[in-house]
Design a protein around this ligand. Sequence first.
Ligand SMILES: [Zn+2]
Length: 276
Amino acid sequence: MDTNDKLPTREEYFHEPTEKEIFTQKMEKFNAMLDECHRIVFFGGAGVSTESGIPDFRSSAGIYNKKQFGINIPPERILSRSFFDMHPVDFYDFYRKFMVYPDAKPNITHQRLAQLEKSGKYVTVVTQNIDGLHQAAGSKRVIELHGSIYRNRCTRCGMDGYSLDYIMNQDVVPVCNMCGGVIKPDVVLYEESLDSESVEAALKAISKADMLIVAGTSLSVYPAAGFIRYFKGKYSVVINLTEIPFFSGADLAFANKIGDVFDKVIIKKKKRSPQS
Ligand SMILES: [Zn+2]
């Protein structure tokens, strides 16, 4: 030990930092990282949307199954392409009840990310959510890995442009008014592959980022976990109520609500000549 260092007092030595003090220290670090970095990728999972009151379908589905079928069909089965093709009535019943929340509003995390982008940072949001809340908050660069409830397309003739209202207001199965084919939400179902353009765009954004923030996901949903391997930048930050074992090497980890963290994010004024 350097003898010039001032030794802590007995009180300082025995002081255990409180949770609040630890959080404050972490927020200082987080804000310094955000300030230092220009290209920022926010990789968000279901936890981002649950804080807007949208339940994770995995937890809400059990109730439905028992009531409707008398047997337990896992949501992963209902939300599969083969189930959609064979039982569109049941699919749409489930979909309208548990997948679509048109009254949900962006929360503080969506808002801060949009403000960060507006302040001149090159922010890319990569999301596993299908609710469009990042765009509703004003984010421009949003990559929706699992699609969106706001895009709907005919499975027969390919006609698109059907609105969410159209889907929600049809009696049973929404059909195309050009050809009578079944309309399918542009939401990636089980047994379907992700849109290759979205995957490419996400990997490109992650590999070019200075900073990667992973929030509200346990990274257990394939293939999200593989995505973060592409990160080669300076700082990685994890925000998740439970620890993500796979991503234990993060530079900063919060076991907090995402909104509690983003509530304390400081947005600086836009710098001149915003070149990206
Ligand atoms: Zn059609």
